[in-house]
Write a protein that binds this ligand. Structure first.
Ligand SMILES: O=C(O)c1ccccc1NCC(=O)[C@H](O)[C@H](O)COP(=O)(O)O
Length: 211
């Protein structure tokens, strides 16, 4: 569950069965949480793994998020970034804790060369002007194609998911891991418990049908 900005919402996420708690360290996001604020909240946060969500981090941010004590790192980036930069993030953050979230235009596939660098690849909805949190539904068939072609790679489905479409999204994409953000909000950066509860109930139903 992504875009958590408060202890209250982190507890809602736990209550609803989230496996990972995502905090967005991107200053231009309406869900921005500073590494210092995360560090302050950390002792009171639920025990689930904590994920730092960042956009093309520089050296300063890499250092700050490593110090703040996150378990995983979700890095959003333009798919055209230099391969050397991807390798640098993978080394700095340790690949087994890195989730790559490329901004992939329609028609572009995930290059196999990225797989050894990361623990998972997130396929989020493409937007020309945003890196995430679009609220727009993505290409579930494209996700399914990647998952089937590369079954040993971990894949995360994101983009425009919410209580009303999560069942259909899981059935169409075959996703085992999903990321949700604006679809369970009352306002940007504020989660809505009723939507969260409906989301997790629908997700559980869809998962049971897949098993
Ligand atoms: O949500 C943001 O504001 C954001 C800004 C910059 C980079 C990433 C961002 N969100 C990342 C996420 O992991 C979202 O959960 C993902 O993009 C799905 O968002 P939504 O379509 O709102 O469910």
């Amino acid at each position: 569950m992504c875009g958590l900005t408060s202890l209250r919402d982190a507890r809602y996420a736990e209550q609803c069965g989230a496996d990972y708690l995502g905090f967005i360290l991107h200053r231009r996001s309406p869900r921005f949480v500073s590494p210092e604020r995360f560090f302050e909240m950390r002792p009171a946060l639920p025990p689930q793994k904590k994920v730092a969500v960042v956009v093309e981090p520089d050296e300063e941010l890499l250092g700050e998020m490593l110090e703040a004590g996150f378990d995983f790192f979700q890095v959003h980036f333009r798919h055209t970034v230099e391969p050397a930069l991807l390798r640098h993030w993978s080394t700095a953050l340790r690949g087994e804790r890195l989730w790559l979230a490329p901004k992939l235009p329609p028609g572009e596939d995930v290059p196999e060369a990225w797989f050894p660098l990361c623990a998972a690849v997130m396929l989020d909805t493409f937007s020309p002007d945003k890196f995430g949190g679009t609220g727009e539904v993505g290409d579930w068939a494209k996700f399914a194609r990647h998952r089937v072609r590369y079954p040993t790679q971990q894949w995360i489905l994101a983009g425009g998911l919410g209580p009303d479409n999560i069942g259909e999204a899981v059935r169409a994409s075959g996703a085992r891991f999903v990321d949700v953000n604006s679809g369970v909000e009352a306002a940007p950066g504020v989660k809505d418990l009723r939507k969260l509860e409906r989301f997790t109930a629908e997700l559980a139903r869809a998962r049971a049908a897949l098993a």
